[in-house]
Write a protein that binds this ligand. Sequence first.
Ligand code: CAA
Length: 291
Amino acid sequence: MTIQSVGVIGAGQMGNGIAHVFALAGYDVLMTDISQEAMDKALSLIERNLDRQVSRERISEDDKKAAMGRIRTTKQLSDLGQTDLVIEAATERESVKQAIFEDLVPHLKPETILTSNTSSISITRLASRTDRPEKFMGFHFMNPVPVMQLVELIRGIATDQKTYDLMHGVVEKLGKTAATAEDFPAFIVNRILMPMINEAVYTLYEGVGSVKSIDESMKLGANHPMGPLELADFIGLDTCLAIMNVLHDGLADTKYRPCPLLTKYVEAGWLGRKTGRGFYDYRGETPVPTR
Ligand code: CAA
């Protein structure tokens, strides 16, 4: 089987990046979201990000035009049934993902590979709710998708070798690098990254440092491209909290206890860049620390 058409569920920050890289690699992309506005926004963001690549001479104007021409959108989830590969990139909530798979599965052609871009949820459990656990995989991209080299490939207990090999080939065609992770909470990247971010929030909560000093320490003292609080805002504080909860519930170890301050920011609706406020306030010219 060869993969030519790809369905992307969710036009948010991960969905639009995934649509971008697949279209640029020559795949036909069909993106869906419950919100037309989110899809319109995603298309203009993809165009802006492609322009950025054109201006840095990474791709040509023709590459950009061809990529934009390969992306279609639909409000009907069932339209994705005829694609060869479906990548679910909806909100990081198991009930949402399960409901999507339940709605989608009756419309899928038998050979379609089904994947989830979940950053933490059990692939085996998600797969078990579908009609094709052997053709189901975790397919985890990093943000910003057009820039980050890594894709985590996660096999559920029932995923067959053919599906894994096929997806490995897709990662290569995208020009990215695959890391294989076993199906345990948050896989590899987030198992390591999220406790670090959570610890940075504890460092702030306990008054060890301010937002600025914590971020500067990790940027200048550990050569991280972004400080952990800036990165948390970039990922989304709701996503960070959801992943910590998956680690805490799934591994039952208090070392994964989400920091109460992280919970408070999420409860306030201060989710980071996407809502204009998180550990920084993004509503002015330059980001201003909120603590
Ligand atoms: N689309 C296309 N290109 C983009 C882009 C986008 N959305 N964002 C940035 N770029 C490109 C720029 O054009 C630039 O390209 P060149 O190298 O060709 O010049 C390059 O990326 C660097 O961009 P900038 O110069 O504008 O900015 P920067 O040097 O500050 O880098 C960054 C920005 C790449 C985001 C960098 O700060 C970084 O690497 N941050 C850490 C990101 C990270 O850790 N991501 C993983 C998060 S964890 C995750 O995603 C997993 C999860 O499940 C939560």
